[in-house]
Design a protein around this ligand. Sequence first.
Ligand code: ADP
Ligand code: ZN
Length: 617
Amino acid sequence: MSRAPTPDAGPGTDPTPVEVLRRVFGHREFHGAQREIVEHVVAGGDALVLMPTGGGKSLCYQLPALVRPGTAVVVSPLIALMQDQVAALTQLGVRAAFLNSSLDAVAAREVEREFANGRLDLLYVAPERLVTPRCLELLARTRIALFAIDEAHCVSQWGHDFRPEYLELAVLHERWPDVPRIALTATADPQTRVEIVERLALGRARTFVSSFDRPNIRYTITGKRDARAQLLSFIANEHAGEAGIVYCLSRRRVEETAEWLASRGVPALAYHAGIDGGTRSERQARFQREDGVVMVATIAFGMGIDKPDVRFVAHIDLPKSIEGYYQETGRAGRDGRPADAWMVYGLGDVVQQRRLIDASEASEQHKRIATAKLDALLGLCETAQCRRVRLLAYFGESIEPCGNCDTCLAPPETWDATVASRKALSAVYRTGQRFGAVHLIDVLRGHDTERIRRWGHEQLGVYGIGKDLETAQWRDVFRQLVALGLVQVDHEAHGALRLAPSSRPVLRGERIVEMRRTEERPVRRASKRATTLPQAAAEPAHAATPDDATRLSRLKAWRLEEARRQALPAYVILHDATLAEIARRLPSTLEELAEVPGIGARKLERYGAALLERCRV
Ligand code: ADP
Ligand code: ZN
């Protein structure tokens, strides 16, 4: 009755989930709530699974698919993602296939036949296809083990991934009331959760909420000086040769940044909605398949990136909200190994984001929401507390300071900026609330510029009262005043700064203003290896000696060849962590090799000899 691929299972007895986990997937243990979820679905229960990216959602339906009789039907909105999942399952010896628009009629009929004859463990189907009468009839022709609805937040009409076809998926429950359904998403906000339950008729489902913490991601948010130079040194010092994503706000900035990085020897590609579809998918495929490509992109590049070994996500422009920041940074480190979320931001970013909100056609209510979201993000940027504490608090989780973010690793100094703030606010007021930060800083520092003379600003009492701080420090002060809402940006007047009502108590000396020092601090280099990560995220000790490194590169070269031969992404053959572990343990027999996490029965059979050969000498 079991459909688990069983090179060596004894006849008659059904394998337990944990046996399948070890034999087929090559994993030693379940992670987090996986075991509970798997057992619940195997027993026929409905489930709603909320788990962060990289949490191991796929296993929650793939494993029950192998244990329960029948074929699992997986609804997935992205063609590229389906293909990679099916490729990865096939590598494990699981009988999986997909039905989507990338197949021609002949190939699709072949898949349909296999399915109807009960010869598949999993069938992936695009939602628009699934809800057609033809497909529903097909499903009725064989036994269905379960329905999995991946990226379930696509039912949310408020989210940016909305897919109207998802609304029709409730039909599955009407037609197959006894088949368990499992809906999965990495979207954390409670509103979306409610919508999923309602629209997919999951009222009876058990909800499994995991922590949305991503312990292996290190958060760093630093002051913007020269974004490109900062980015280049970050990549060169921390992530040379590794895959990453750089997010920018505009298409032009994407183009310029990608070109510039490429001119400095970083293999960077540009990606945004203005690039034609063919080029876009070709670049996405290169990013996904090749080692060490840096994608410079607008947020048009996002969903469907399930590359596990993205080592960093960099923002050189400010996102719109904490949700956006979390989602974008979440694309780093899905494999659980150390990864960086790195951002630079400055006054210009705050001004620009506020302008985008003011200039939009949205309703007043929408603008208020957008402003509140931006303010929450600015709060995260300016906090002197643990970034992770702030980030997770936004999603309603409370944790202890993490030890793996910039503020934990090098607690920022705060300083009493009351006097400086009063000087800055006075400068804004005395110059008539018509100037931007650059000019105001010139006035405060007592510079002699053409503009100052034209307006007679050297006559003002505030002229030259700010010589005690450097220009860069004043920039930080103005940025934080804007972030704190003490100063407003007047977009009608080209970004002139105006006093906000809340600035009065500061001017009157009734309110103290604390600010963090945002000079770039050399936290990263010194602490890169020294931090202790939480257990699950700890990097396996690897490449410790030069010999290990040589072996590892030999193994990687073999993997690349193998991936090319099969036209698959390298990580589908074997993950980095698995190769690193092999290089470290140097197994000399198949039995020893089988002990390495990530080596299941099929991979052992298929690649064992080649791997052992590369471990000799
Ligand atoms: P998600 O879909 O939640 O982003 P995936 O299902 O892609 O996450 O899993 C993320 C990574 O974790 C994959 O590389 C997967 O092989 C690995 N993984 C999942 N479950 C386990 C486990 N129990 N033990 C070891 N690795 C696991
Ligand atoms: Zn922290």
